[in-house]
Design a protein around this ligand. Sequence first.
Ligand SMILES: Nc1nc2c(c(=O)[nH]1)N[C@H]1C(S)=C(S)[C@@H](COP(=O)(O)O)O[C@H]1N2
Ligand SMILES: [Mo]
Length: 240
Amino acid sequence: MSIIRLHHPQFTRRQFLKVSGISSMSFLLGGCGTPTFEDLVGTLSEPLNEKIEKLIFQPQKLVPEFLPSEIQPEALIVNTFRGTPIIDQEKYRLVVDGEVDQPLNLSIAEIQSLPLTSMIIRHVCVEGWAAIVQWGGIRLREIIALAQPKSNVRYAYFKSADGYYESWDIASVLHPQTLLAYQKNGEPLPVDNGAPLRLASPIKLGYKQSKWVTQITLTSHLTPFRGYWEDLGYEWFAGI
Ligand SMILES: Nc1nc2c(c(=O)[nH]1)N[C@H]1C(S)=C(S)[C@@H](COP(=O)(O)O)O[C@H]1N2
Ligand SMILES: [Mo]
């Protein structure tokens, strides 16, 4: 399996709309070389592929969101177990690998060329604080769909630039309000809050929401290492 090299980092929304009519199967069945980013993005115009649909066992219930006037801009407390890592945005790549048919290697420009979703939700930390925050980013399920996971995938591992690691159940990964965020309260995501890319979701506690995500590995099984806090005794599912 080869890592896809993406040729068009400045992929615009207009180009996205132009190619979005392309069938996801046309390049998979065409068998003529490595698909480009445009080929892959064509899959986003379609409902989630059948493999992914099968992975969602229950209907996904939307969590009610808050109003812009309810955002608490000062309430989000920076939490790091080891400080803020230094990341070169130019060299940054998000790798998506594991039990997938199309491993991905995406620049931040490529990720930001995909449709932006924004939501206002409550972030809840087990240490006893919470904050209503607006997050903007791409739905994680759209990245996962591009990677074409195999039908036995049940978990995702998230690796972070500071050495933090997490694992999630696939249904929560594919929840429509689980984002890979690069904006906070309408501004570019501050580096202390996880830039260039962090998880944000109203269905999981704060420690599940990995900052500085560099790698997503889809897998059919969990290892004894399930998450930084989990391996110290915290609950793994950590739903809200
Ligand atoms: N990479 C990484 N992600 C992380 C953490 C961390 O230490 N490293 N802390 C977690 C915890 S416990 C919380 S509450 C949130 C806090 O997010 P914030 O710093 O943006 O407020 O990040 C989570 N994600
Ligand atoms: Mo936390």
